[in-house]
Ligand binder design. Structure first.
Ligand code: B16
Ligand code: MG
Length: 219
């Protein structure tokens, strides 16, 4: 039986990818590193420290651990400042409606995001009240594709993975959900999330009715 839903944040509830892009671009421009939207796409759903390593590899740069942390912190400072621009208008279409519907039907709801800034983003959206549990980049040490963040969220909800559906927009996020033996819903193109149990192009199509129709024997 499905009793709980675990949501990724960026790309599922709201689109912070553009703000991450602007912050990495500001750092890269300062440093004279190459960074474009194609490379930004490779950072979808992965942690800040994994992200800077992808950018360094792309630029053939090697740095000591302290410098890597310093540069990642600098990017984060740019990013955190930009979060003040997020408002209640910035839910991805369909996301707020789904959260409201789940609460009204009595499902348990958790966040399972790689971001260490998730609480701030939820606050800006006025979305904190939708979640029984907030799992974010501060909750676990092993990031996606490891299943740890989703296992953390389901454990805090008091539910085993087979009773939970994970919503994810990232390839590595679906890897993480599948590795944890959760049911998975992919949001985005097949080449990115085609390995989810069911896939929708956008959150707008991923209504509770559609999700129930797909997983019908589990409701
Ligand atoms: P932070 P999600 C992820 O969010 C982003 O998609 C990814 O681009 C970012 O690097 C990661 O959060 C860490 O974010 O620097 O704020 O800790 O999709 O897991 O909600
Ligand atoms: Mg995401």
């Amino acid at each position: 039986m499905i009793k709980g839903f675990i949501f990724d944040l960026d790309g599922v509830i709201t689109d912070t990818a553009e703000l991450h892009y602007a912050a990495w671009k500001e750092l890269a421009d300062d440093m004279g590193w190459e960074f474009d939207r194609e490379l930004n796409e490779k950072l979808r759903g992965i942690s800040r420290m994994d992200s800077i390593k992808v950018i360094m590899d792309y630029n053939n740069i090697s740095l000591d651990e302290k410098s890597i942390v310093d540069f990642a912190t600098k990017k984060n400072d740019f990013y955190v400042k930009s979060l003040n621009s997020i408002t209640q208008e910035d839910y991805l279409p369909g996301a707020r409606e789904l959260l409201t519907h789940l609460r009204s039907e009595g499902f348990s709801v958790a966040l399972g995001s790689a971001s260490k800034n998730a609480e701030k983003v939820l606050k800006q959206l006025n979305a904190t009240h939708y979640f029984d549990v907030i799992g974010d980049g501060n909750s676990v040490t092993k990031s996606k594709p490891a299943p740890d963040i989703f296992l953390y969220a389901s454990e805090k909800l008091g539910l085993p993975p087979e009773n939970c559906i994970v919503f994810e927009d990232a390839e590595k996020g679906i890897d993480a959900a599948n590795a944890g033996k959760f049911h998975s819903v992919g949001i985005g193109p097949a080449e990115r999330v085609g390995h989810a149990d069911v896939r929708f192009d956008t959150m707008k199509e991923a209504t509770l009715f559609e999700v129930k129709s797909y997983f019908k024997e589990l409701f």
